[in-house]
Design a protein around this ligand. Sequence first.
Ligand SMILES: C[S@@+](CC[C@H](N)C(=O)[O-])C[C@H]1O[C@@H](n2cnc3c(N)ncnc32)[C@H](O)[C@@H]1O
Length: 208
Amino acid sequence: MGSERDSDWQEYYERTAGRPPRRTLLLALERFGAGKGRSAVDLGCGDGRDTVELLRRGWRVIAIDAEPAALERLKRRADLPPGAALETRCERFEDANWPAVDLVNASFSLPLVPPERFPPLWTKIERSLKPGGRFSGQLFGERDGWRGEKAITFLGRAEVERLLQRFAVELLEEEESDAATPYGKPKHWHLFHIVARKSSALTRSPAG
Ligand SMILES: C[S@@+](CC[C@H](N)C(=O)[O-])C[C@H]1O[C@@H](n2cnc3c(N)ncnc32)[C@H](O)[C@@H]1O
C-alpha cells in the first residue's frame, strides 16, 4: 500500500482480532428486523468480524477478500456457528460477480480500488441488491489523510449523495477525526458511514 498506508493485512488481522461487528452492519441488521433465509455478500470481509455476525443470525454469506490469509483466518474462527451457510471467495471485489442478495456489506474496504474502477463496482453493487435490499459500509472522503494514493477512491459528499440517489438513506454520517490506524500510525480520517435501502422500484439486472 505504499509508504503512507500500511499494507500488511496479516498484521491488520492480528491487531484487530476479536473486535465486534461494525456499527453500520448492526444498524442494517436492525433495519431488516427478524426473518430467516436472507443472503449477504461481505466485500473485503477480512477475517470475518461482520461475516460471523451475519452467520450467527442465520444469514447465508458469500465472503469475498483478495487476501488468502483473511479467508484462512475466517474459516478457522472458533466462533463460526456450526453448519454456517458460508461461501468464501478469494478475489478482488471489482472483478467478482455474485448473485442477487439482500445485503451488500463492505466495511472499510470499498475505497480500496483505483478511482476508475469504482463507478462500475458501485453499479454492480446496486444491481445485485434485491428490491428493498441494503448497502452498509464506509467510503473515504476527499480530506482523508491517504488522499493521493492512486489505488484508493476518495469521494466528496455530493458524489456520495449521488451514489445514493436511488436509495432511501438510513445513515449517512460524515466523520472527520484524527486517530491512529490499527497499526498505531496517526491519520486524519475522513469517512462516510452509510446504511441505505435500495428503492423497491428499481429492477435488478443480472450481476453476472
Ligand atoms: C481494512 S480491512 C477491513 C476488513 C473488515 N471488513 C473489517 O471491517 O475489519 C480491508 C479488507 O479488504 C480487503 N481488500 C482490499 N482491497 C480489496 C479488493 N479490491 N478486493 C477484495 N478485497 C480487498 C483486504 O484484504 C482486507 O481484508
